[in-house]
Design a protein around this ligand. Structure first.
Ligand code: HEC
Ligand code: HEC
Length: 395
């Protein structure tokens, strides 16, 4: 008689309970699940995904460059749920203040990102007493990140110019991309503050783990105190060493993994969810949460001219009281990037600071440009609200 492993049964039950496709558990469904590679990769692309995944999982130590200050010791520590590359309940903290109505990131005091941990208590960074704005930012998931990266700047800019209902504007965040040295349309992060995965990777190596790299070669001084760095920094020089043969380093491997991650799998639709999908457009959600974009040309066939059902325009919107009050690059304190809604059903804490425990309260917290859509949602009879929720639960 065949013995069923109780562990597999338990896992299958958990996946079923959270509505996640049984792809890996059953093994015979072709569609990739959360954390799998994009379908249709070549052998060398599959190898790059695996090698990058190992790098993403790797725990750093002070000897490999961790710190002096940091927020985590591996990418996966924060990007873990419901699979490697996802999100988590871990948030980071930003601080700053307003000076004559303008946001001051207090860089000389170690802002705007706080590093919560340090390799020695003497290096502990704290929120300076002069800071008047303190905001939490939840970890965002990375599923389908390569598809988002491959959307052309022109497509995002065209969307920004297109007329929208309810007085909605929407602005592309033009950023200096450290990877290419050019001005690009930002699309990653709550403020669309980075345009490419290599740049975000370099940023995360330095700012989340304290690992200096070719794009960000200087250690973060705790609260701006450079004298402390000289005393406590174990590793010298750029910590993420570039392989002279390839010109690449660990940050490129992590970027490969993120680029080749499959988009989140959709759950099956029902008559109720299909009705909810129509309501999503009628109520005005789709004016920002663009259901479908396309990638431009890519040397990776799995990313070349592909549909991207991300449910975001990747633009910055004035979100009024919902915004985090932090200025970053050209993103103003009142502006936030439309959060992509794909993979929503696998998330537990919603909105940038995790204040919403479900989609209903996330919608009710929308303000600024989204106020008219929020009000129409609020006025829906309960049956129709349920349909809209059923739709969101397929994402
Ligand atoms: C301490 C937790 C933490 C660690 C460690 C961490 N991240 Fe993140 N990650 C976050 C948070 C929080 C955000 C959202 C930040 C924001 O928008 O300001 C984020 C966002 C991202 C994004 C943007 C995704 C998007 O479009 O929204 C990328 C890419 C990313 N991280 C890559 C990495 C990589 C690569 C590593 C390892 C080198 C890493 N992260 C380590 C917490 C973490
Ligand atoms: C004006 C643009 C705009 C409109 C209209 C809009 N949203 Fe949003 N939405 C956003 C932005 C920006 C965020 C991220 C805000 C933040 O966390 O600070 C967001 C976040 C969300 C989130 C949380 C996602 C996450 O990852 O945490 C959900 C759910 C959501 N929106 C659903 C809706 C629905 C449903 C509607 C229609 C009733 C709607 N939105 C209308 C811009 C908009």
């Amino acid at each position: 008689m065949e013995k069923k492993s109780p562990r597999i049964t338990l896992l299958a039950g958990l996946f079923a309970a959270s509505g996640i496709a049984l792809a890996q558990v059953n093994g015979f469904i072709a569609l990739p699940g959360f954390g799998d590679a994009l379908p249709g990769l070549t052998e060398s692309e599959k190898a790059a995904f695996e090698e990058g995944r190992q790098e993403f999982l790797k725990a750093e130590t002070p000897e490999t460059g961790l710190g002096p200050t940091f927020n985590g010791n591996s990418c996966v520590q924060c990007h873990a749920a419901p699979a490697v590359g996802g999100s988590s309940g871990i948030a980071v903290t930003r601080f700053g203040r307003l000076v004559n109505g303008r946001f001051d990131p207090m860089e000389d005091k170690g802002g705007s990102l706080l590093q919560q941990f340090s390799i020695s208590p003497a290096l502990r960074e704290t929120i300076p007493p002069e800071a008047t704005i303190i905001a939490r930012r939840m970890t965002t998931p990375l599923f389908g990140a390569g598809l988002i990266e491959a959307i052309s700047d022109q497509d995002i800019l065209r969307n920004a110019r297109a007329p929208k209902p309810d007085g909605i504007t929407g602005r592309a965040h033009l950023v200096a991309d450290v990877a290419s040295g050019t001005t690009r349309v930002g699309r990653f992060g709550w403020k669309a503050q980075q345009a490419t995965l290599v740049a975000f990777s370099g940023d995360a190596y330095l700012n989340e783990m304290g690992i200096t790299n070719r794009f960000f070669p200087l250690e973060n001084a705790p609260n701006g105190n450079h004298a402390l760095i000289a005393r406590f920094n174990h590793a010298n020089g750029v910590e993420d060493a570039v392989d002279p043969a390839t010109g690449r380093s660990d940050l490129d491997l992590a970027a490969d993994f993120m680029r080749l991650l499959a988009p989140p799998p959709r759950a099956p639709s029902t008559p109720s969810s299909r009705a909810g999908e129509a309501l999503f457009a009628q109520v005005g959600c789709a004016a920002c949460h663009t259901p479908l974009m396309q990638t431009g040309p890519s040397p990776i066939s799995a990313l070349n001219h592909r549909p991207v059902p991300l449910y975001s325009d990747l633009l910055l919107h004035d979100m009024g009281s919902l915004a985090d009050g932090i200025g970053q690059g050209q993103a103003q304190p009142n502006e936030m990037r439309t959060a992509p809604l794909w993979g929503l059903r696998a998330r537990r804490q919603l909105l940038h600071d995790g204040r919403a425990g479900n989609a209903d309260s996330a919608i009710l917290a929308h303000a600024g440009e989204a106020a008219p859509a929020r009000d129409r949602y609020r006025q829906l009879p309960p049956v129709l609200r349920r349909q809209l929720m059923d739709f969101l639960n397929t994402l």
